[in-house]
Unconditional design. Structure first.
Lengths: 97, 494
Protein backbone atom coordinates (compact mmCIF):
# COMPACT_ATOMS: atom_id res chain seq x y z
CA UNK A 1 0.00 0.00 0.00
CA UNK A 2 1.63 3.27 -1.04
CA UNK A 3 2.13 5.78 1.75
CA UNK A 4 2.03 9.45 0.94
CA UNK A 5 4.10 12.02 2.77
CA UNK A 6 0.72 13.43 3.83
CA UNK A 7 -0.07 10.11 5.61
CA UNK A 8 3.33 10.20 7.29
CA UNK A 9 2.78 13.74 8.46
CA UNK A 10 -0.63 12.79 9.88
CA UNK A 11 0.68 9.74 11.79
CA UNK A 12 3.72 11.70 12.94
CA UNK A 13 1.50 14.31 14.51
CA UNK A 14 -0.55 11.63 16.28
CA UNK A 15 2.77 10.35 17.69
CA UNK A 16 3.92 13.91 18.49
CA UNK A 17 6.94 13.70 16.22
CA UNK A 18 7.95 15.96 13.38
CA UNK A 19 10.26 15.36 10.46
CA UNK A 20 12.35 17.55 8.23
CA UNK A 21 11.13 17.36 4.59
CA UNK A 22 14.00 15.10 3.39
CA UNK A 23 13.55 12.82 6.41
CA UNK A 24 9.86 12.57 5.62
CA UNK A 25 10.58 11.11 2.19
CA UNK A 26 13.06 8.56 3.54
CA UNK A 27 10.64 7.45 6.24
CA UNK A 28 7.81 7.11 3.74
CA UNK A 29 9.92 4.79 1.56
CA UNK A 30 11.14 2.71 4.51
CA UNK A 31 7.70 2.37 6.07
CA UNK A 32 6.27 1.37 2.72
CA UNK A 33 8.83 -1.45 2.39
CA UNK A 34 8.10 -2.69 5.90
CA UNK A 35 4.32 -2.51 5.47
CA UNK A 36 4.60 -4.36 2.16
CA UNK A 37 6.42 -7.13 3.97
CA UNK A 38 3.79 -7.16 6.70
CA UNK A 39 1.02 -7.52 4.12
CA UNK A 40 1.85 -11.23 3.83
CA UNK A 41 -0.22 -11.70 7.01
CA UNK A 42 -3.24 -11.24 4.73
CA UNK A 43 -2.56 -14.65 3.17
CA UNK A 44 -3.84 -16.30 6.33
CA UNK A 45 -7.48 -16.98 7.05
CA UNK A 46 -7.92 -15.85 10.63
CA UNK A 47 -11.70 -15.53 10.70
CA UNK A 48 -12.07 -18.31 13.32
CA UNK A 49 -8.95 -17.49 15.32
CA UNK A 50 -9.10 -15.76 18.67
CA UNK A 51 -6.59 -12.98 19.24
CA UNK A 52 -3.75 -13.41 21.75
CA UNK A 53 -3.17 -10.22 23.68
CA UNK A 54 -1.32 -12.04 26.39
CA UNK A 55 0.45 -15.40 26.51
CA UNK A 56 -0.48 -16.17 30.11
CA UNK A 57 -3.97 -16.81 31.41
CA UNK A 58 -3.76 -13.62 33.48
CA UNK A 59 -6.53 -12.23 35.60
CA UNK A 60 -6.81 -8.91 37.32
CA UNK A 61 -4.22 -8.68 40.02
CA UNK A 62 -5.35 -6.60 42.96
CA UNK A 63 -3.55 -5.55 46.07
CA UNK A 64 -5.04 -4.75 49.44
CA UNK A 65 -6.23 -1.19 49.70
CA UNK A 66 -3.79 -0.29 52.44
CA UNK A 67 -1.51 2.63 53.01
CA UNK A 68 2.09 1.77 52.15
CA UNK A 69 5.37 3.49 51.74
CA UNK A 70 6.06 5.30 48.49
CA UNK A 71 8.72 7.57 47.05
CA UNK A 72 8.94 11.06 48.49
CA UNK A 73 7.72 13.81 46.19
CA UNK A 74 11.24 15.22 46.30
CA UNK A 75 12.65 11.96 44.86
CA UNK A 76 9.94 11.86 42.22
CA UNK A 77 10.51 15.48 41.18
CA UNK A 78 14.29 15.21 41.13
CA UNK A 79 14.47 14.31 37.44
CA UNK A 80 12.05 16.95 36.17
CA UNK A 81 13.54 19.23 33.51
CA UNK A 82 11.56 22.13 34.95
CA UNK A 83 9.69 22.34 38.24
CA UNK A 84 8.34 24.65 40.89
CA UNK A 85 7.81 23.32 44.39
CA UNK A 86 5.97 20.02 43.96
CA UNK A 87 4.80 20.80 40.42
CA UNK A 88 6.09 19.97 36.95
CA UNK A 89 6.42 23.14 34.91
CA UNK A 90 5.42 23.14 31.25
CA UNK A 91 5.22 25.88 28.62
CA UNK A 92 2.18 28.08 28.83
CA UNK A 93 -1.03 26.30 27.81
CA UNK A 94 -3.62 29.08 28.03
CA UNK A 95 -2.96 31.91 25.64
CA UNK A 96 -3.52 35.59 26.27
CA UNK A 97 -6.26 37.05 24.17
CA UNK B 1 44.33 -18.28 34.85
CA UNK B 2 43.68 -14.55 35.07
CA UNK B 3 40.98 -13.45 37.52
CA UNK B 4 39.07 -11.82 34.66
CA UNK B 5 38.78 -15.19 32.93
CA UNK B 6 37.09 -16.94 35.83
CA UNK B 7 33.41 -17.81 35.72
CA UNK B 8 31.14 -16.96 38.65
CA UNK B 9 31.21 -20.51 40.00
CA UNK B 10 35.03 -20.55 39.77
CA UNK B 11 35.14 -17.22 41.61
CA UNK B 12 32.88 -18.63 44.30
CA UNK B 13 35.26 -21.57 44.76
CA UNK B 14 38.22 -19.24 44.95
CA UNK B 15 36.51 -16.95 47.49
CA UNK B 16 35.66 -19.93 49.64
CA UNK B 17 39.28 -21.09 49.70
CA UNK B 18 40.51 -17.56 50.38
CA UNK B 19 42.24 -17.54 46.99
CA UNK B 20 41.06 -14.04 46.13
CA UNK B 21 38.72 -11.27 47.33
CA UNK B 22 35.96 -9.22 45.70
CA UNK B 23 38.20 -6.11 45.80
CA UNK B 24 40.99 -7.95 44.00
CA UNK B 25 38.57 -9.30 41.40
CA UNK B 26 37.02 -5.87 40.75
CA UNK B 27 40.47 -4.33 40.30
CA UNK B 28 41.40 -7.08 37.83
CA UNK B 29 38.19 -6.41 35.92
CA UNK B 30 38.94 -2.65 35.83
CA UNK B 31 42.28 -3.51 34.21
CA UNK B 32 40.44 -5.60 31.62
CA UNK B 33 37.95 -2.78 31.02
CA UNK B 34 40.78 -0.23 30.64
CA UNK B 35 42.47 -2.40 28.04
CA UNK B 36 39.41 -3.63 26.13
CA UNK B 37 36.64 -1.10 26.40
CA UNK B 38 38.32 1.60 24.32
CA UNK B 39 38.14 -1.03 21.53
CA UNK B 40 34.77 -2.74 22.04
CA UNK B 41 32.81 -0.06 23.94
CA UNK B 42 30.55 -2.37 25.95
CA UNK B 43 30.04 -0.02 28.90
CA UNK B 44 28.20 3.29 29.03
CA UNK B 45 28.64 3.87 32.76
CA UNK B 46 31.04 2.50 35.38
CA UNK B 47 31.46 4.03 38.84
CA UNK B 48 34.67 2.44 40.12
CA UNK B 49 34.60 4.05 43.54
CA UNK B 50 31.08 2.82 44.17
CA UNK B 51 32.03 -0.68 43.01
CA UNK B 52 35.09 -0.82 45.29
CA UNK B 53 33.06 0.52 48.21
CA UNK B 54 30.52 -2.24 47.64
CA UNK B 55 33.30 -4.86 47.51
CA UNK B 56 34.69 -3.56 50.81
CA UNK B 57 31.24 -3.55 52.37
CA UNK B 58 30.73 -7.18 51.37
CA UNK B 59 34.12 -8.18 52.72
CA UNK B 60 33.15 -6.96 56.18
CA UNK B 61 30.41 -9.53 56.28
CA UNK B 62 31.65 -12.52 54.32
CA UNK B 63 28.81 -14.93 54.67
CA UNK B 64 27.16 -17.43 52.40
CA UNK B 65 25.11 -15.66 49.82
CA UNK B 66 24.67 -17.15 46.34
CA UNK B 67 26.30 -14.26 44.44
CA UNK B 68 28.54 -12.93 47.22
CA UNK B 69 31.21 -10.74 45.64
CA UNK B 70 30.26 -11.63 42.05
CA UNK B 71 30.28 -8.63 39.65
CA UNK B 72 27.25 -8.40 37.36
CA UNK B 73 26.98 -5.82 34.54
CA UNK B 74 23.52 -4.37 33.88
CA UNK B 75 21.95 -3.46 30.55
CA UNK B 76 21.16 0.26 30.52
CA UNK B 77 17.43 -0.53 30.24
CA UNK B 78 17.13 -1.54 33.92
CA UNK B 79 16.63 1.10 36.60
CA UNK B 80 19.45 1.27 39.13
CA UNK B 81 18.88 3.79 41.90
CA UNK B 82 21.18 6.78 41.62
CA UNK B 83 22.93 5.58 38.45
CA UNK B 84 22.20 7.11 35.05
CA UNK B 85 19.70 4.91 33.20
CA UNK B 86 19.16 6.05 29.64
CA UNK B 87 18.19 3.12 27.39
CA UNK B 88 21.00 4.51 25.20
CA UNK B 89 18.64 7.32 24.18
CA UNK B 90 19.15 11.05 24.22
CA UNK B 91 15.58 11.46 25.42
CA UNK B 92 16.55 9.94 28.80
CA UNK B 93 19.67 12.08 29.08
CA UNK B 94 20.53 12.67 32.72
CA UNK B 95 17.81 10.40 34.11
CA UNK B 96 18.76 8.85 37.46
CA UNK B 97 15.99 6.54 38.70
CA UNK B 98 14.86 7.11 42.30
CA UNK B 99 14.33 3.34 42.71
CA UNK B 100 15.78 -0.05 41.75
CA UNK B 101 14.26 -2.55 39.35
CA UNK B 102 13.14 -5.65 41.26
CA UNK B 103 15.85 -7.79 39.65
CA UNK B 104 18.44 -5.28 40.91
CA UNK B 105 17.05 -5.64 44.45
CA UNK B 106 17.33 -9.42 44.11
CA UNK B 107 20.94 -9.17 42.92
CA UNK B 108 21.88 -6.92 45.81
CA UNK B 109 20.21 -9.21 48.33
CA UNK B 110 22.16 -12.13 46.83
CA UNK B 111 25.43 -10.29 47.50
CA UNK B 112 26.26 -9.34 43.90
CA UNK B 113 28.34 -6.30 42.95
CA UNK B 114 26.57 -4.13 40.36
CA UNK B 115 29.26 -3.61 37.75
CA UNK B 116 28.22 -0.69 35.53
CA UNK B 117 25.67 -0.20 32.78
CA UNK B 118 26.08 -1.68 29.32
CA UNK B 119 25.45 -0.37 25.83
CA UNK B 120 22.40 -1.36 23.80
CA UNK B 121 20.30 -0.38 20.83
CA UNK B 122 18.23 2.69 21.67
CA UNK B 123 15.23 1.44 23.72
CA UNK B 124 16.28 -2.11 22.64
CA UNK B 125 15.15 -1.33 19.08
CA UNK B 126 17.70 -3.20 17.02
CA UNK B 127 19.76 -6.30 16.42
CA UNK B 128 23.24 -4.80 16.24
CA UNK B 129 23.76 -2.27 19.09
CA UNK B 130 24.35 0.34 16.39
CA UNK B 131 21.37 2.56 17.20
CA UNK B 132 22.75 3.57 20.63
CA UNK B 133 23.13 7.32 21.18
CA UNK B 134 26.60 6.49 22.56
CA UNK B 135 27.76 4.84 19.33
CA UNK B 136 28.12 1.15 18.53
CA UNK B 137 29.62 -1.73 20.54
CA UNK B 138 32.10 -3.93 18.62
CA UNK B 139 32.18 -7.72 18.55
CA UNK B 140 35.14 -8.91 20.68
CA UNK B 141 35.78 -11.74 18.18
CA UNK B 142 36.15 -9.35 15.26
CA UNK B 143 36.02 -5.62 15.83
CA UNK B 144 34.67 -4.88 12.34
CA UNK B 145 31.55 -6.87 13.19
CA UNK B 146 28.49 -6.04 15.24
CA UNK B 147 28.03 -7.85 18.56
CA UNK B 148 24.34 -8.47 17.84
CA UNK B 149 21.66 -6.68 19.77
CA UNK B 150 19.97 -5.20 21.44
CA UNK B 151 21.85 -6.52 24.52
CA UNK B 152 25.16 -6.18 22.61
CA UNK B 153 27.04 -4.49 25.44
CA UNK B 154 25.95 -7.10 27.99
CA UNK B 155 27.07 -9.97 25.73
CA UNK B 156 30.32 -8.35 24.54
CA UNK B 157 31.58 -7.60 28.06
CA UNK B 158 30.99 -11.19 29.23
CA UNK B 159 32.59 -12.57 26.07
CA UNK B 160 35.65 -10.31 26.33
CA UNK B 161 36.31 -11.13 29.98
CA UNK B 162 35.38 -7.73 31.43
CA UNK B 163 32.82 -9.26 33.79
CA UNK B 164 31.64 -12.84 34.42
CA UNK B 165 27.89 -12.18 34.37
CA UNK B 166 25.42 -9.65 33.04
CA UNK B 167 21.70 -8.98 32.68
CA UNK B 168 20.02 -8.27 29.38
CA UNK B 169 16.45 -8.06 28.13
CA UNK B 170 14.84 -9.97 25.28
CA UNK B 171 11.76 -8.77 23.36
CA UNK B 172 12.41 -10.50 20.02
CA UNK B 173 15.80 -12.13 20.52
CA UNK B 174 17.74 -9.32 22.18
CA UNK B 175 19.54 -11.67 24.60
CA UNK B 176 19.82 -14.81 22.46
CA UNK B 177 20.96 -13.26 19.16
CA UNK B 178 23.89 -11.24 20.65
CA UNK B 179 24.77 -14.21 22.90
CA UNK B 180 25.04 -16.27 19.74
CA UNK B 181 27.17 -13.68 17.95
CA UNK B 182 29.47 -13.10 20.94
CA UNK B 183 29.88 -16.80 21.83
CA UNK B 184 28.25 -16.66 25.27
CA UNK B 185 25.19 -18.22 26.94
CA UNK B 186 22.00 -16.13 27.15
CA UNK B 187 18.55 -17.11 28.40
CA UNK B 188 15.17 -15.57 27.71
CA UNK B 189 13.03 -16.93 30.54
CA UNK B 190 9.35 -17.81 30.18
CA UNK B 191 7.19 -14.68 30.00
CA UNK B 192 6.13 -13.94 33.58
CA UNK B 193 9.03 -15.78 35.21
CA UNK B 194 11.08 -12.63 35.90
CA UNK B 195 9.73 -9.32 37.17
CA UNK B 196 9.62 -6.45 34.68
CA UNK B 197 9.27 -3.82 37.42
CA UNK B 198 11.95 -1.23 36.72
CA UNK B 199 12.65 -2.58 33.23
CA UNK B 200 11.98 0.34 30.89
CA UNK B 201 9.13 -1.00 28.79
CA UNK B 202 9.52 -1.68 25.07
CA UNK B 203 6.72 -4.19 24.33
CA UNK B 204 5.07 -5.17 27.59
CA UNK B 205 3.59 -8.48 26.39
CA UNK B 206 6.97 -9.65 25.01
CA UNK B 207 9.73 -8.20 27.25
CA UNK B 208 11.66 -10.46 29.65
CA UNK B 209 14.84 -9.84 31.64
CA UNK B 210 17.41 -12.63 31.42
CA UNK B 211 20.91 -13.74 32.40
CA UNK B 212 24.08 -13.79 30.26
CA UNK B 213 27.09 -15.91 31.23
CA UNK B 214 29.99 -17.93 29.82
CA UNK B 215 28.62 -21.35 30.68
CA UNK B 216 25.40 -23.10 31.68
CA UNK B 217 26.08 -23.41 35.46
CA UNK B 218 26.67 -19.63 35.66
CA UNK B 219 23.60 -18.86 33.56
CA UNK B 220 21.48 -21.18 35.74
CA UNK B 221 22.82 -19.55 38.91
CA UNK B 222 21.96 -16.01 37.79
CA UNK B 223 18.58 -17.16 36.42
CA UNK B 224 17.48 -18.65 39.74
CA UNK B 225 18.36 -15.44 41.60
CA UNK B 226 16.28 -13.17 39.39
CA UNK B 227 13.31 -15.53 38.85
CA UNK B 228 10.97 -14.77 41.71
CA UNK B 229 7.40 -13.62 41.93
CA UNK B 230 7.04 -9.85 42.34
CA UNK B 231 3.74 -8.31 43.43
CA UNK B 232 4.83 -5.05 41.77
CA UNK B 233 4.59 -6.65 38.30
CA UNK B 234 1.03 -7.82 37.66
CA UNK B 235 2.25 -10.22 34.95
CA UNK B 236 4.81 -11.85 37.23
CA UNK B 237 3.69 -15.42 37.88
CA UNK B 238 3.44 -16.86 41.39
CA UNK B 239 5.17 -20.12 40.59
CA UNK B 240 8.10 -21.74 42.37
CA UNK B 241 11.48 -21.49 40.61
CA UNK B 242 13.58 -24.65 40.97
CA UNK B 243 17.17 -24.23 42.20
CA UNK B 244 18.36 -24.65 38.61
CA UNK B 245 22.09 -24.79 39.29
CA UNK B 246 21.79 -27.43 42.04
CA UNK B 247 19.48 -29.55 39.90
CA UNK B 248 21.68 -29.47 36.78
CA UNK B 249 22.15 -32.91 35.34
CA UNK B 250 23.81 -34.04 32.15
CA UNK B 251 21.90 -37.26 31.56
CA UNK B 252 19.62 -36.61 28.59
CA UNK B 253 19.06 -40.24 27.67
CA UNK B 254 15.66 -40.76 26.14
CA UNK B 255 14.81 -37.08 25.67
CA UNK B 256 13.13 -36.23 22.39
CA UNK B 257 14.52 -33.18 20.61
CA UNK B 258 12.31 -31.57 17.98
CA UNK B 259 14.04 -30.29 14.84
CA UNK B 260 11.72 -27.87 13.03
CA UNK B 261 12.03 -28.05 9.24
CA UNK B 262 11.28 -24.33 8.85
CA UNK B 263 14.34 -23.37 10.94
CA UNK B 264 16.76 -25.27 8.74
CA UNK B 265 15.42 -23.96 5.45
CA UNK B 266 16.59 -21.30 3.02
CA UNK B 267 18.31 -18.27 4.44
CA UNK B 268 20.33 -20.25 7.00
CA UNK B 269 24.02 -19.88 6.20
CA UNK B 270 25.77 -23.17 5.38
CA UNK B 271 28.31 -22.70 8.20
CA UNK B 272 25.48 -22.27 10.70
CA UNK B 273 23.52 -25.22 9.32
CA UNK B 274 26.65 -27.41 9.43
CA UNK B 275 27.45 -26.54 13.04
CA UNK B 276 23.85 -27.32 14.01
CA UNK B 277 23.96 -30.73 12.34
CA UNK B 278 27.15 -31.49 14.29
CA UNK B 279 25.49 -30.35 17.51
CA UNK B 280 22.50 -32.62 16.86
CA UNK B 281 24.91 -35.52 16.31
CA UNK B 282 26.58 -34.73 19.64
CA UNK B 283 23.24 -34.65 21.44
CA UNK B 284 22.17 -37.93 19.81
CA UNK B 285 25.49 -39.42 20.88
CA UNK B 286 24.53 -38.48 24.45
CA UNK B 287 21.36 -40.57 24.23
CA UNK B 288 18.74 -38.08 23.01
CA UNK B 289 16.41 -38.86 20.12
CA UNK B 290 15.55 -36.39 17.39
CA UNK B 291 12.26 -35.99 15.61
CA UNK B 292 11.46 -33.82 12.64
CA UNK B 293 8.68 -31.36 13.44
CA UNK B 294 6.94 -28.49 11.69
CA UNK B 295 6.17 -24.99 12.93
CA UNK B 296 4.18 -23.99 9.85
CA UNK B 297 3.58 -20.32 10.70
CA UNK B 298 7.26 -19.50 11.23
CA UNK B 299 7.46 -17.45 8.04
CA UNK B 300 4.88 -15.01 9.43
CA UNK B 301 6.63 -14.39 12.74
CA UNK B 302 8.68 -11.34 11.74
CA UNK B 303 5.73 -9.67 10.02
CA UNK B 304 3.54 -10.40 13.02
CA UNK B 305 6.13 -9.11 15.46
CA UNK B 306 6.57 -5.85 13.55
CA UNK B 307 2.92 -5.02 14.21
CA UNK B 308 2.63 -6.25 17.80
CA UNK B 309 5.94 -4.92 19.14
CA UNK B 310 5.87 -1.40 17.58
CA UNK B 311 2.19 -1.03 18.55
CA UNK B 312 3.07 -1.65 22.19
CA UNK B 313 6.25 0.40 21.90
CA UNK B 314 4.47 3.44 20.46
CA UNK B 315 2.15 3.44 23.50
CA UNK B 316 4.95 2.84 26.00
CA UNK B 317 7.14 5.57 24.54
CA UNK B 318 4.36 8.16 24.75
CA UNK B 319 5.57 8.84 28.29
CA UNK B 320 8.74 10.51 27.02
CA UNK B 321 7.48 14.02 26.52
CA UNK B 322 9.97 16.26 28.31
CA UNK B 323 7.76 16.85 31.35
CA UNK B 324 8.59 14.42 34.14
CA UNK B 325 12.15 13.32 33.38
CA UNK B 326 14.86 13.22 30.77
CA UNK B 327 15.48 15.56 27.88
CA UNK B 328 13.41 18.66 27.15
CA UNK B 329 13.98 20.62 23.98
CA UNK B 330 15.06 24.22 24.42
CA UNK B 331 14.20 25.01 20.82
CA UNK B 332 11.86 27.96 20.65
CA UNK B 333 8.35 27.13 19.45
CA UNK B 334 8.47 27.18 15.67
CA UNK B 335 4.84 27.38 14.73
CA UNK B 336 1.77 29.18 15.91
CA UNK B 337 -0.29 26.22 14.78
CA UNK B 338 -0.23 24.05 17.92
CA UNK B 339 0.78 26.35 20.76
CA UNK B 340 3.87 26.26 22.98
CA UNK B 341 3.12 23.02 24.90
CA UNK B 342 2.54 20.80 21.88
CA UNK B 343 5.49 22.42 20.15
CA UNK B 344 7.63 21.49 23.16
CA UNK B 345 6.45 17.85 22.85
CA UNK B 346 7.15 17.82 19.12
CA UNK B 347 10.63 19.32 19.47
CA UNK B 348 11.57 17.14 22.43
CA UNK B 349 10.60 13.93 20.68
CA UNK B 350 12.10 14.96 17.34
CA UNK B 351 15.43 15.82 18.96
CA UNK B 352 15.40 13.11 21.62
CA UNK B 353 14.56 9.95 19.64
CA UNK B 354 16.90 8.38 17.11
CA UNK B 355 15.84 7.21 13.66
CA UNK B 356 14.96 3.61 14.57
CA UNK B 357 12.91 4.69 17.59
CA UNK B 358 10.97 7.08 15.35
CA UNK B 359 10.45 4.31 12.80
CA UNK B 360 8.95 1.98 15.42
CA UNK B 361 6.81 4.70 16.95
CA UNK B 362 5.51 5.58 13.48
CA UNK B 363 4.86 1.96 12.57
CA UNK B 364 3.03 1.31 15.84
CA UNK B 365 1.00 4.51 15.70
CA UNK B 366 0.01 3.76 12.11
CA UNK B 367 -1.04 0.19 13.00
CA UNK B 368 -3.19 1.43 15.88
CA UNK B 369 -4.65 4.45 14.13
CA UNK B 370 -8.31 4.71 13.25
CA UNK B 371 -9.15 2.68 10.16
CA UNK B 372 -6.09 0.43 10.38
CA UNK B 373 -6.52 -1.17 13.80
CA UNK B 374 -8.46 -4.22 12.56
CA UNK B 375 -6.47 -4.75 9.40
CA UNK B 376 -3.14 -4.61 11.19
CA UNK B 377 -3.23 -4.95 14.97
CA UNK B 378 -6.21 -7.28 15.45
CA UNK B 379 -5.06 -9.51 12.59
CA UNK B 380 -1.56 -9.63 14.08
CA UNK B 381 -2.96 -10.74 17.46
CA UNK B 382 -4.79 -13.57 15.69
CA UNK B 383 -1.69 -14.66 13.80
CA UNK B 384 0.08 -14.61 17.16
CA UNK B 385 -2.38 -17.29 18.30
CA UNK B 386 -1.47 -19.41 15.26
CA UNK B 387 2.26 -19.08 16.02
CA UNK B 388 1.64 -20.11 19.63
CA UNK B 389 -0.51 -22.99 18.49
CA UNK B 390 2.40 -24.31 16.38
CA UNK B 391 4.45 -24.72 19.57
CA UNK B 392 1.58 -26.35 21.49
CA UNK B 393 1.34 -28.95 18.71
CA UNK B 394 5.10 -29.42 18.47
CA UNK B 395 5.54 -30.02 22.20
CA UNK B 396 3.14 -32.98 21.94
CA UNK B 397 5.86 -34.71 19.93
CA UNK B 398 9.05 -33.56 21.65
CA UNK B 399 10.49 -32.36 24.98
CA UNK B 400 12.37 -29.40 23.58
CA UNK B 401 13.24 -27.84 20.23
CA UNK B 402 16.71 -27.36 18.76
CA UNK B 403 17.37 -24.62 16.18
CA UNK B 404 20.07 -22.18 15.14
CA UNK B 405 19.82 -18.88 17.08
CA UNK B 406 20.64 -16.65 14.14
CA UNK B 407 20.67 -17.38 10.40
CA UNK B 408 24.18 -15.94 10.09
CA UNK B 409 27.19 -15.16 12.24
CA UNK B 410 27.92 -11.52 13.16
CA UNK B 411 27.55 -9.21 10.18
CA UNK B 412 29.64 -6.11 9.45
CA UNK B 413 29.20 -2.81 11.24
CA UNK B 414 27.02 -0.55 9.08
CA UNK B 415 26.02 -3.41 6.78
CA UNK B 416 22.28 -3.46 7.54
CA UNK B 417 21.75 -0.04 9.08
CA UNK B 418 20.33 1.58 5.95
CA UNK B 419 17.93 -1.31 5.28
CA UNK B 420 15.64 -1.73 8.32
CA UNK B 421 13.87 -4.81 6.93
CA UNK B 422 17.11 -6.78 6.51
CA UNK B 423 17.95 -5.89 10.13
CA UNK B 424 14.52 -7.06 11.28
CA UNK B 425 14.93 -10.38 9.47
CA UNK B 426 18.07 -11.21 11.46
CA UNK B 427 15.73 -12.08 14.37
CA UNK B 428 13.63 -14.51 12.36
CA UNK B 429 14.64 -17.54 14.50
CA UNK B 430 14.15 -15.94 17.92
CA UNK B 431 10.99 -13.85 17.57
CA UNK B 432 8.46 -16.73 17.77
CA UNK B 433 9.53 -17.57 21.34
CA UNK B 434 8.58 -14.05 22.48
CA UNK B 435 5.27 -14.11 20.63
CA UNK B 436 4.54 -17.48 22.30
CA UNK B 437 5.95 -16.66 25.73
CA UNK B 438 8.14 -19.80 25.83
CA UNK B 439 11.69 -19.88 27.24
CA UNK B 440 14.76 -20.10 25.01
CA UNK B 441 18.51 -20.11 25.36
CA UNK B 442 21.45 -19.61 23.04
CA UNK B 443 24.79 -21.32 23.67
CA UNK B 444 27.93 -21.60 21.54
CA UNK B 445 28.11 -24.63 19.23
CA UNK B 446 30.85 -23.81 16.74
CA UNK B 447 32.73 -21.21 14.73
CA UNK B 448 32.62 -20.19 11.08
CA UNK B 449 35.82 -20.05 8.97
CA UNK B 450 36.34 -16.40 10.06
CA UNK B 451 36.40 -17.56 13.67
CA UNK B 452 33.01 -16.04 14.50
CA UNK B 453 30.83 -17.91 17.03
CA UNK B 454 27.72 -19.85 16.02
CA UNK B 455 24.81 -20.25 18.45
CA UNK B 456 22.51 -23.17 19.21
CA UNK B 457 19.01 -22.31 20.42
CA UNK B 458 17.02 -24.57 22.75
CA UNK B 459 13.29 -23.82 23.17
CA UNK B 460 11.04 -25.53 25.70
CA UNK B 461 7.54 -25.50 27.15
CA UNK B 462 6.59 -22.57 29.40
CA UNK B 463 8.39 -22.76 32.78
CA UNK B 464 10.62 -25.64 31.66
CA UNK B 465 13.90 -23.72 31.97
CA UNK B 466 15.41 -26.62 33.95
CA UNK B 467 15.17 -28.88 30.91
CA UNK B 468 16.83 -26.22 28.75
CA UNK B 469 19.68 -25.94 31.25
CA UNK B 470 20.09 -29.72 31.45
CA UNK B 471 20.30 -30.15 27.68
CA UNK B 472 22.75 -27.24 27.47
CA UNK B 473 24.77 -28.65 30.33
CA UNK B 474 24.95 -32.09 28.70
CA UNK B 475 26.15 -30.41 25.50
CA UNK B 476 28.79 -28.32 27.30
CA UNK B 477 30.06 -31.33 29.24
CA UNK B 478 30.70 -33.05 25.89
CA UNK B 479 32.12 -30.05 23.96
CA UNK B 480 34.52 -27.15 24.56
CA UNK B 481 33.09 -24.34 22.39
CA UNK B 482 32.06 -22.38 25.49
CA UNK B 483 35.62 -22.39 26.86
CA UNK B 484 37.03 -20.54 23.82
CA UNK B 485 37.59 -16.81 24.33
CA UNK B 486 38.26 -14.08 21.76
CA UNK B 487 41.94 -13.49 20.96
CA UNK B 488 41.38 -9.89 22.06
CA UNK B 489 40.56 -11.04 25.61
CA UNK B 490 43.87 -12.87 25.90
CA UNK B 491 45.73 -9.80 24.63
CA UNK B 492 46.23 -11.10 21.10
CA UNK B 493 45.22 -9.15 18.03
CA UNK B 494 41.64 -9.70 16.97
Amino acid sequence: MPISTEDIRYVAFLARITFAPEELKRFATQLETILEYIEQLEELDVSDVRPTTHVLPVKNVLRKDEKRESLSSEAVMKNAPSKQNAFFKVPRIIQDK
Amino acid sequence: MKLSELTAHQLKESYKKGGTSPTEVCKALFTAVDRLDPIIHAFVYLDREKILARAKELEQRPYERPLWGIPVAIKDILCVEGEPTTCASKILEGFCPPYNATVIEYLKAAGAILFGKTNMDEFAFGSSTETSCYGPTKNPWHVDRIPGGSSGGSCACVSAGQVPLSLGSDTGGSIRQPASMCGVVGLKPTYGRVSRYGLIAFASSLDQVGPIARDIPDCALLAEIISRHDPRDATSVAIETPPYSALLQKDITGLTLGVPREYFAEGIHADVGGALQDALKTLKGLGAKTVSISLPHTKYAVADYYIVAPAEASSNLARFDGVQYGYRSQTAPYSAEHGPLIDMYLNTRREGFGAEAKRRIMLGTHALSSGYYEAYYLRALKVRSLIRGDFDEAFKKCDCIITPTSPTTAFGIGERLADPLSMYLSDILTISANLSGIPGISLPCGFDPQGLPIGLQILARPFDEQLIFNVGYAFQCATDFHTKRPGLAAGKDA
